[in-house]
Design a protein around this ligand. Structure first.
Ligand SMILES: [Zn+2]
Length: 494
């Protein structure tokens, strides 16, 4: 693989310093990246899809530059309580109780859903996708070390991290820019139902109540690990005590990531991560997404169009293109109008890429392709600025139209460079897929169904309704639904 990283220097906005910093990996040519994955107790939230898409695009770009990237994204399948202050029920256990199924059935169902959705959006799989329940032993070992080092204490079978003690020698709050005095001042003790010495202490191990199904033996009690611990255990195991990039949604900065830093420093006496990256949130129609108000959409409903907040189905690539038109650190407002505009833009980009094969070459070039290509790299080098990259791709759409109209010329070598660069950035780095299919690799199915849709339209035009109904019904029988809308017929699969 060409080592493009030797020519391209990346800057990353580091949440820890609050500044853009030049990116230098700990080991030349290698990148270790950890991203907090989903808690699998319900369908994946579109906001989470956005976060993971940002890191998928970053993963793709780092790989393109020739880095050997180990990308670890975990699955939280135990230990995430409803309330971040270590109170309330385990989210997975609660769902299992409500649906009267095993907690591991909940985990299985929503892990499959998560993978399906990410596959539709053309995500690359991470290098390792470890689960919390698969790393209980490592978590227990971490707790032992934290206690041995004087930063953890046991009360009634539960173990807590001593934030005040830690803060005497370290800086708790350095990532989220909080100080412990303010935290103490602002934390309300929870009606005496906690064993903690101080309300800002957090659980490393919780003793399980008798009815709690997800439990493991430990030196302290039959119980389960605190949520923050798994990420420290798994990132250390697979990336080492000190690694390059740790990412996640903005909402995880506090307390989750702050606690991860504290745990790692308490164990290993060194800061675990060089670059902390946080993706901003996704809102809808200018407001927070909430099921209760109906201002909500499931990722799947984008592809079927079955949601009152959108006027039609959109392909996964259009939705992906829409999301990447915002920088990962900006708030993204998900709206029907935004998607419609993105669909137009996406189609324009795809048409221009198709036109590339029809262009004639010339003895000279009137466009500086090398300059334009470097501008594409510059955009991604500047804290992975996908909207600027997309603006540069549209600059190329302009070139392509000028070339088509004979208003510009390119040599054969430059045309090839333009084609390769468009393809690299559009498909390999932004992860878009040519055409209107909702899933990568579905273009053959799309082609065949589109043909049947056309034949059905002809049948209807000829008033042959028996044939048009037959086409619709027999497609439905194999799981393909035709949806007649005012702009024509689309299809969805289940
Ligand atoms: Zn995490």
């Amino acid at each position: 693989m060409p080592q493009l990283y030797k020519q391209q220097s990346i800057k990353i906005y580091n949440s820890l310093s609050g500044q853009k910093e030049a990116f230098t990996p700990i080991t030349e040519g290698n990148v270790g990246m950890y991203v907090c994955g989903p808690t699998v107790y319900s369908n994946v939230h579109l906001g989470n899809v956005r976060t993971f898409m940002s890191f998928d695009t970053i993963f793709r770009y780092l790989k393109h530059l020739g880095y050997k990237v180990r990308y670890v994204r975990n699955i939280t399948d135990a230990g995430h309580l409803e309330n971040d202050a270590d109170e309330g029920e385990d989210r997975i256990a609660k769902k299992a109780r409500l649906e009267q199924i095993e907690p591991m059935e909940v985990v299985q169902r929503y892990t499959v859903d998560f993978h399906n959705i990410l596959h539709k959006f053309n995500f690359l799989p991470p290098s390792i996708e470890p689960t919390a329940t698969g790393h209980i032993i490592e978590q227990i070992e971490l707790i032992k070390t934290i206690i041995d080092n004087g930063f953890g204490y046991e009360i009634n079978g539960s173990v807590y991290f001593d934030v005040l003690k830690f803060n005497e020698t370290n800086n708790y709050g350095k990532l989220s820019k909080r100080n412990v005095e303010d935290l103490i001042h602002n934390t309300r003790a929870l009606d005496g139902q906690t064993d903690k010495k101080n309300p800002q202490d957090f659980a490393l191990w919780k003793k399980a109540e008798p009815q709690h199904i997800m439990r493991w033996p430990s030196p302290w009690s039959d119980g389960f690990p605190g949520w923050h611990l798994e990420c420290t255990a798994m990132s250390t195991k697979y990336l080492g005590e000190h690694f390059d990039i740790h990412g996640g949604g903005m909402d995880l900065k506090f307390p989750h990531h702050e606690c991860e830093i504290a745990q790692a420093e308490a164990c290993n006496h060194q800061t675990p991560v060089n670059y902390w990256m946080h993706a901003n949130m996704l809102i809808m129609n200018g407001k927070k997404m909430a099921k209760s108000t109906g201002n909500y959409i499931l990722p799947e409903e984008i592809f079927t169009g079955e949601n009152k907040n959108i006027s039609q189905p959109f392909s996964a690539s259009v939705a992906r293109f829409f999301m990447l038109q915002a920088h990962y650190r900006s708030i993204l407002d998900f709206t029907n109008n935004g998607l419609l505009a993105s669909e137009k833009g996406f189609n324009r980009l795809m048409d221009a890429i198709s036109d590339l094969d029809t262009l004639k070459t010339s003895g000279t070039s009137s466009i500086n392709i090398a300059d334009w290509k470097q501008k594409c790299y510059d955009a991604m080098n500047d804290d992975f600025n996908s909207p600027i990259l997309i603006a540069n791709l549209f600059e190329a759409v302009k070139f392509i139209n000028q070339l088509k109209d004979g208003k510009a010329t390119l040599t054969e070598a430059d045309l090839q460079e333009l084609k390769d660069t468009m393809s690299t950035f559009t498909f390999d780095i932004l992860g878009l897929v040519h055409g209107s299919q909702t899933e990568p690799g579905e273009d053959k199915l799309t082609g065949a169904v589109d043909l049947l849709i056309k034949l059905r339209q002809e049948a209807r035009a000829n008033k042959d309704f028996a044939l048009s109904d037959k086409i619709r019904d027999e497609l439905a029988a194999v799981g393909i639904q035709l949806n007649d809308g005012k702009d024509g017929t689309t299809f969805s699969t289940n």
